[in-house]
Design a protein around this ligand. Structure first.
Ligand code: BGC
Length: 906
């Protein structure tokens, strides 16, 4: 039999490459297919899973042999072999057959490993420094922190020695904290995660991480060490409450379990318990918002190695595990993903140096310094500068974003904080001995390590800059949860922001696992009455505002996010998993609004948040539109998961809300109450209007844009729908006009004024008024970057027709000043790309379609379209569906294509 051209590549389990420590009992397997050939499809697959590489290779003692399955499925194939237990290690490979029945070679091997599946697998206890262990733990913070009271405390160092026999076959370390932690084994740092275990509602759910520590163990005595930071558990979180420990608990705790398997099959276990020792160390305090303070003179060389004298250390306080669920971290975790060199340094005041990192970034800096013992270097972080060149920090509100380093005085010293993060472009350095060189500061970029999946590039430098700013906004704010901003005392998982940006995010990065994690946060935050919250994890105990009741367009994220993830990744599990929660939300809305107009009687109502020029979209209208939209998406999700009756129920609900919406807000001439851009955008995007009013409403939309002298006037809610709706309604040139505007309000205006990320407000800084109110003025807030999906879906023209890009549409919409545009996207079914250029009167479109999918290609030319130099009718694997109305519509299977056609464009 001829070998197949298909190759299974990119094997993933639970969306990750070779994950360790998963707790899905029937893990889902994915692969993509690679082939240069056209029209390649998979007709069958076979998966083999074994406990060892040798068994897999020999195809014996298998845990699972799927057998040959006649199916084109490449996504979400559930493991169906022998029951997997805690710690089960699985090695797997997959082969496929193409349409004529030729087999491919095996792809893989790849690995996945189960975590601790049962609560009883956890033997240890939470351990902490306990309450006032000795005066060492009094906050030696200095006067400048007096106003925080006893709000800050040293980060505890914990250690435990244990003997091991050798040879060890393998060892795993399972660990988590209520707080944030770093682990060390025999003096070596374990893993690369930072700020682990990330943020969840620790009262309900704590995530653990799993590390392969086999190579770190030694024969004889070994030592395990941990450093704990306050993190989200005990530190300052959000704008309120304003004291340490107010949200979850007073001090950080560690839970860890080392499992060792010897060559002879016997096992050893070391857990956190009352036998550990504890001490304060060089970290005088660490806090996500306030910063970190480190005194190198207090370092304890060898503290995480065996033989260290810990006689001056004291005992730990042990606490039973409690009721919160302990779950495996499902996503990639937070990492340092890049380093940035400082671009320049100035000295606006004597001995006050300001480093410019060249762009707004999130993370921290590494400091290099040499000087006398006891010298204190202070690093303050800011997003912007005052006119005199000093740093502008008032928009950080109560977040200090300040790190201190006290020198040990022994040659060159290198320091970076570990239990804080800052959003900044500028770093002010004071107390530096001598004059710092540019290399004294290096930026460390920190975020959830969601793998990049997309790129977009075109002939307009302004639009390229916009795309770059969108990506950096995403990088800066996807940090365990999708936050609103990374710099001020907020950094919350605002649901509205998440919802408007999720689709854009899914082009730039693989966010499947990230949002799966966040949806667990959302569900944990749901009120007993069924309301989704405004923020997830919930900021409980906030006296400032009550965030439990799901503001319109915020709470609705609980429906929109699972729907988007299901559509993007062809993943019905996220729907099934949260279906009851979503149904509960729908009931909550219905009970509260029996007359089908959604009036938010309790909770918050932000409307079209931060629309410029006070453009007020009626709040009930916006709320009702979202409710109808929820019902529509619920109907789709119910269909996808086989709940036909529910699908009908939600379709009916959608129709009745739409009727109420039209009755209350829509005039016979297509005018909508409020007459704002967002009114029309909601109605058109969410399909709330009768067919005969759609074009009239679109005309009104264009009128409202013209009224603003061809500017947008949308806030967070409307902005993402703006360009897509205009394009769908036939006003592509208006969309481009908004895209390429450089006058206020526009994305271009922020870029012209130096934006390197997306701003929270269109008028974050203006020529007339300077900075907006410091009470709320972030320069790194991704929400207004939700135009990103339009760049991929409409400018480059890559979109899905069926979930997971099984059926693709390639439909570029050239316009504006653009002469070319290119986008690539690693979909869950493989790489898709669309690249077009206009050369004189020719339109050239290059397309890449992955195996096992089909695409409808819209060439914007009805005149003599060719592919690969041949008339398109004769091209291999291309079917002409339609020619006319300025386009040629084609159907293609996998492969690379180059279409050329004539265009009548100036
Ligand atoms: C946040 C927003 C959030 C909003 C709610 C702000 O403080 O920064 O991003 O969505 O509150 O209206």
């Amino acid at each position: 039999m001829a070998p197949s051209e298909l190759r299974p590549v990119g094997l993933k389990c639970e969306y990750r490459v070779d994950p360790l420590g998963i707790d899905e009992r029937s893990p889902k397997l994915n692969w993509a297919l690679k082939s240069e050939g056209r029209n390649q499809t998979q007709s069958a697959y076979r998966i083999l899973v074994a406990a060892t590489e040798e068994n897999l290779e020999a195809e014996e003692n298998l845990l699972w042999d799927s057998g040959r399955v006649e199916s084109g499925r490449t996504i979400g194939v559930e493991y169906g072999g022998e029951t997997l237990r805690s710690g089960s290690r699985c090695v797997w490979k997959v082969r496929v057959w193409d349409r004529p029945g030729n087999p491919s070679p095996y792809g893989g091997p790849s690995v996945f490993e189960m975590g601790l599946l049962e609560r009883s697998d956890w033997e240890g206890t939470w351990i902490s420094a306990g309450e006032d262990p000795d005066e060492d733990f009094d906050p030696p913070t200095g006067d400048e922190y007096d106003d925080l009271g006893h709000g800050l405390a040293p980060s505890p160092y914990l250690r435990k020695e244990f003997p091991l026999d050798i040879p060890v076959r393998m060892a795993r370390l399972y660990a988590t904290a209520r707080g944030v932690y770093e682990l060390y084994l025999n003096g070596n740092r374990v893993g690369e995660d930072v700020l682990a275990p990330g943020w969840t509602d620790y009262d309900r759910r704590v995530q653990y991480q799993t590390y392969d520590v086999t190579p770190l163990l030694a024969e004889g005595p070994n030592a395990l060490g941990a450093v704990l930071g306050d993190g989200w558990f005990a530190g300052f979180v959000g704008f309120d409450p304003k004291h340490r420990g107010a949200l979850y608990g007073p001090r950080p705790q560690l839970l860890a379990q080392l499992e060792v398997e010897y060559e002879d099959g016997s096992r050893e276990r070391v857990t956190t318990d009352g036998s550990w020792r504890c001490s304060a160390g060089p970290i005088l305090f660490s806090d996500l918002l306030m910063g970190e303070s480190y005194d190198a003179r207090r370092e304890m060389p060898g503290w995480s190695e065996p033989g260290f004298d810990d006689s001056t250390w004291h005992g730990v306080e042990a606490e039973e595990i409690g009721d919160a669920r302990i779950v495996a971290q499902p996503d990639e975790g937070i990492r340092v993903t890049e380093e940035l060199e400082a671009k320049s340094v100035t000295e606006p005041e004597s001995r006050r140096y300001v480093f410019d990192m060249g762009r707004n970034m999130v993370g921290w800096v590494r400091l290099q310094v040499e000087g006398e013992a006891g010298t204190k270097v202070t690093l303050r972080h800011a997003e912007a500068l005052n006119p005199d060149g000093t740093i502008y920090t008032t928009n950080l509100r109560s977040a200090r974003a300040t790190d201190h380093y006290v020198l040990e005085g022994e040659g060159e010293e290198v320091y970076e904080p570990r239990f804080t993060f800052h959003g900044f472009r500028y770093v002010e350095v004071t107390g530096y001995p001598g004059e710092p060189s540019l290399g004294a500061i290096t930026g460390r970029v920190v975020h959830s390590a969601t793998p990049p999946t997309g790129y977009f590039e075109c002939s307009s430098p302004l639009v390229n800059k916009l795309q770059e700013n969108i990506v950096w906004g995403q990088r800066g704010n996807f940090l365990s949860v999708p936050t609103d901003c990374p710099q001020r005392d907020e950094r919350l998982g605002w649901m509205g922001d998440g919802q408007v940006f999720v689709r854009t995010a899914s082009f730039n990065m693989d966010v499947a696992a990230f949002f799966e994690k966040w949806m667990a946060d959302v569900e944990d935050a749901q009120s007993p009455e069924g309301a989704f919250p405004d923020v997830a994890p919930l900021l409980r105990g906030s006296g400032l505002i009550d965030l439990r009741w799901g503001a319109p367009a915020w709470g609705d994220a609980g429906v929109i996010v699972p729907w988007t993830i299901y559509r993007t990744y062809d993943d019905t599990r996220i729907v099934e998993r949260h279906y009851d929660a979503m149904a509960g939300w729908m009931e909550y809305l219905h009970e509260a609004n029996p007359d089908l107009i959604r009036k938010n009687r309790i909770g918050n109502n932000y409307g079209d948040w931060l629309s410029p020029k006070g453009d007020h979209t009626p709040k009930d209208l916006l709320a009702t539109a979202y409710w109808a939209y929820d019902a529509k998406l619920m109907a789709e999700m119910a269909m996808a998961t086989g709940w036909q009756e529910d699908a009908k129920k939600y379709r009916d609900l959608n129709e009745t809300i739409i009727a109420a919406f039209n009755g209350a807000y829509v005039s016979p001439d297509g005018r909508i109450e409020g007459d704002t851009q967002t009114c029309y955008l909601l109605a058109l995007h969410m399909e709330l209007l009768p067919e005969e009013l759609r074009s009239a409403a679109a005309e009104h939309l264009v009128r409202t844009i013209e009224r603003e002298d061809w500017h947008l006037s949308t806030g967070f809610v409307g902005v993402g729908y703006l360009c897509p709706v205009l394009t769908e309604a036939g006003y592509t040139e208006v969309a481009y006009r908004l895209l390429e505007n450089e006058t206020y309000p526009s994305w271009g205006y922020t870029i012209k004024n130096g934006a390197t990320t997306i701003w929270e407000r269109w008028d974050g800084w203006t020529e007339e008024n300077g900075f907006q109110s410091p009470n709320m003025n972030s320069f790194n807030h991704y929400s207004l970057g939700s135009v990103g999906e339009w760049l991929y879906r409409y400018v480059a023209g890559i979109d899905l027709v069926t979930p997971g890009y099984g059926r693709i549409v390639i439909r570029p919409r050239p316009g504006g000043s653009l002469k070319h545009a290119t986008a690539g996207y690693d979909s869950v079914r493989g790489r898709i790309s669309s690249s077009w250029k206009i050369e004189d009167d020719r339109f050239v479109l290059e397309v890449l379609i992955p195996p096992n999918t089909t695409a409808t290609v819209h060439m914007p030319s009805a005149d003599g379209v060719s592919e690969g130099g041949r008339p398109v009718e004769e091209a291999d694997g291309v079917e002409v569906l339609r020619v006319g109305e300025g386009e040629t519509v084609l159907s293609v299977g996998s492969g690379r294509y180059e279409f050329v056609g004539r265009v009548a464009r100036g």
